[in-house]
Design a protein. Structure first.
Length: 225
């Protein structure tokens, strides 16, 4: 929810509430990613995730999640302030928009955790483009992120989100050997717990209407409307 512009990766608070209402009214169980293994055999389970650490996760998403007795996992970048990581994937993306988006403070994150609504997941130190990163730098980005989050917020971090959703076998091995229990991608689809370090996600897109959202939930992808 960085802002209300239509985009493939952000939705308005009004649409987000419709999503929550849909899950709540149709008997879905809200879980955090750390609970995935516990409920992996249940058919109507939803784990809501947020990436990076935008302020609206606190000002807009938290109250709505509380309203519907829902919960979520926040995959947090450590160096998130004044950081436009989109240029690491494509230098042509240097618009300054990401750097100017307001990010969460540590105090706000503490409040989100204290509410019981949110848990934290790892998302690296600086949100690097992993294909262009050495193995030593990858290990530092992943392991140090986990250590900082657990120390700063006195919480266990058991899940990870690959920056840009891009990863390879080397990255999976680092995650597996770093005491993570799961990792999420940006590949679209319903979760298959047989591949816990390559979990798919259902996109919440500002370009979709509500019917398209329901198609994504039912099929794992948008389909045709």
């Amino acid at each position: 929810l960085p802002n209300e512009k239509k985009s493939g990766l952000r939705v308005s608070p009004e649409m987000f509430e419709k999503h929550l209402e849909y899950f709540s009214d149709n008997g879905w169980r809200f879980i955090k990613m750390s609970e995935l293994d516990k409920f992996k055999n249940d058919s109507k389970v939803v784990a809501i995730t947020f990436d990076d650490g935008y302020l609206d996760n606190y000002t807009k998403a938290l109250p709505l999640l509380q309203k519907y007795n829902a919960c979520a996992t926040l995959y947090l970048v450590i160096d998130r302030h004044n950081n436009d990581w989109s240029i690491k994937k494509n230098p042509k993306h240097n618009s300054g928009i990401l750097a100017s988006e307001e990010k969460l403070s540590d105090q706000q994150i503490h409040e989100m955790l204290d509410s019981g609504v949110f848990e934290l997941g790892g998302h690296t130190i600086s949100h690097p483009y992993l294909p262009n990163t050495s193995i030593d730098a990858k290990k530092h980005e992943i392991l140090e992120c986990k250590n900082i989050l657990e120390t700063t917020f006195n919480t266990k971090v058991s899940s990870f989100a690959y920056p840009f959703g891009i990863y390879n076998a080397e990255d999976i091995e680092i995650i597996e050997t770093s005491n993570f229990e799961s990792a999420v991608t940006t590949d679209e689809g319903v979760v298959n717990c047989d591949t816990p370090f390559e979990l798919k996600r259902i996109k919440a897109s500002g370009k979709d209407n509500f019917f398209a959202f329901k198609l994504r939930v039912q099929k794992g992808f948008r389909g045709f409307i």
